[in-house]
Design a protein around this ligand. Structure first.
Ligand SMILES: C[S@@+](CC[C@H](N)C(=O)[O-])C[C@H]1O[C@@H](n2cnc3c(N)ncnc32)[C@H](O)[C@@H]1O
Length: 462
């Protein structure tokens, strides 16, 4: 079980104690800039970090250190904020937001990366001086010394001791908001719950995917990637995908195995000739795989996406394939096609993303359970459109990157209750080797399958 705490070496930019006027080091400045963009402007850390590392010219060990500083701080931010409030003896809302971000970075160095006290505190004080001002250095120094008075386990035990509800204490122990723990508890056996939550604290190894007809699994294996367990198109890659030329040229994609299995399952289930539709296709991971699989059978794929900037990303994902690329900007709830047009439709609907928490370190704290009600309305509308879009004999796949029952089985049950011409297909018939399929649908899990927690249900329309 991964937890913060592996000892890391701080970059050797300077080896000295606190000095008035000392300069902060480049990795911490970059990490601070990224964290400010994430917490101040709602930026995505992965995108912001990639730009900031490039702009700051950080590579190798410095890049790895900065990445861990940003991702670890984001992943455990909810826990760190509670620790900081206790250490500071005041609500964090009473502090300048930039100071809070400095303190969060210092806390992760002390509790998550176990950088020695003097190095973590002096470097963070230097950062505070340079980025916020001399006047806050005393406070940063004092709070971080209090934080360092206990290790992470001791802090978490102290916080959890005040929880009377077992699930609230589990949320504290596993660094999750309580509502997410409750959603997991609704769908998992009690003895798996802690392992499932702990898996979200384990950064995922990147998974590569070939582009059928352009590249093959062999092209991934020559890079040193390890074949995926169930997807014949994927391999896990311990390196940095963006440094691979074929990835930059879109001849190889980066895609979780769970997403590959969704596209594969639909392709295997298609029973009649005709074009295929990806209803919510941006940024285009599944669309690119489906495009390649459809093309091998002489069929075409239409990729629809509401957001123009995400539609442009689909174009980029399809770049290795010769035109035409049928990418359209369209609202999937207001079809731009006639009913019964397609032989296969994928509805990979917008969702809370609770199944991809290990890949998006900030998202568990940013997600608001209040969005669920609106999402469910949209998810049902999109599934209805998908069912209307297929011809008799056609197949629909409904997928979410969330295990929340409100977004998975409850959407499916509600929409199917309205229809008499729709049959559920067994996902196990098209993904026979994937374990843990009890009903008709499949729910993947990081702790069981090593994939994101994708949900997939398949339907045939008579
Ligand atoms: C879960 S993501 C799809 C991921 C994509 N299938 C892939 O594998 O790369 C859902 C997408 O649906 C888009 N979307 C949201 N509302 C939509 C609508 N009404 N019609 C079509 N697309 C929509 C979002 O912009 C987002 O890109």
């Amino acid at each position: 079980v991964h937890r913060p705490g592996g000892r890391r070496q701080a970059p050797r930019h300077k080896a000295r104690g606190p000095q008035p006027g000392a300069r902060a080091d480049a990795p911490r400045i970059v990490a601070f800039t990224v964290l400010r963009a994430v917490n101040g402007d709602g930026a995505y850390p992965n995108i912001e970090l990639a730009h900031a590392l490039r702009d700051g010219g950080l590579t190798g060990r410095d890049a790895a250190f900065t990445t861990e500083l940003v991702n670890g701080t984001c992943r455990f931010q909810g826990t760190y904020d509670r620790i900081l409030a206790a250490a500071a003896g005041r609500a964090l809302g009473t502090l300048q937001p930039a100071v809070v971000d400095v303190l969060r970075l210092g806390t992760h160095q002390l509790l998550g990366m176990r950088i020695p006290l003097h190095a973590a505190v002096s470097a963070t004080v230097d950062l505070a001086r340079e980025r916020v001002g001399e006047r806050v250095t005393g406070l940063v120094n004092a709070v971080l010394r209090k934080v360092a008075g206990a290790d992470l386990d001791a802090w978490v035990a102290r916080l959890a001791a005040s929880e009377t509800e077992p699930l609230a204490a589990l949320a504290t122990r596993t660094h999750h908001p309580e509502w997410i723990v409750r959603a997991y508890a609704d769908v998992l056996p009690a003895d798996e719950l802690e392992a499932a939550l702990a898996a979200n604290n384990e950064p995922a190894t990147p998974t590569l995917v070939c582009r059928p007809g352009v590249t093959s699994l062999d092209d991934l294996l020559v890079l040193g990637a390890e074949p995926c367990e169930w997807s014949p198109f994927g391999a896990r890659y311990a390196g940095v995908p963006s440094e691979v030329e074929d990835v930059r040229g879109a001849r190889i994609g980066v895609q979780d195995e769970g997403s590959q299995l969704v596209a594969l399952a639909l392709a295997r289930a298609v029973a009649v000739p005709g074009p295929w539709l990806d209803l919510c296709a941006g940024p285009g991971g599944k669309a690119a795989l489906l495009h390649g699989l459809a093309r091998e059978r002489g069929e075409s794929l239409v990729a629809a996406e509401l957001a123009p900037h995400r539609a442009r990303l689909i174009d980029r994902a399809l770049a290795a394939y010769p035109p035409p690329h049928n990418v359209i900007c369209a609202d999937g709830t207001r079809p731009a096609w006639l009913p019964g047009t397609f032989a296969a439709v994928l509805a990979d609907v917008p969702c809370t993303g609770l199944g991809a928490l290990r890949r998006r370190p900030e998202s568990r704290w940013r997600r608001d359970p209040g969005v669920l009600a609106d999402l469910v309305v949209l998810q049902r509308a999109l599934l209805r459109t998908a069912l209307d879009a297929v011809c008799p004999g056609g197949v629909v796949a409904y997928a979410t990157c969330s295990p929340h029952p409100a977004e998975t089985t409850e959407v499916v049950d509600a929409v199917l209750a309205e229809r008499e011409n729709v049959r559920r297909l067994r996902t196990a018939d098209v993904l026979p080797d994937v374990p843990g399929q009890t009903g008709d649908a499949v729910q993947l899990w990081p702790h069981r399958h090593g994939t994101d927690a994708m949900f997939l249900a398949l339907f045939a329309v008579d």
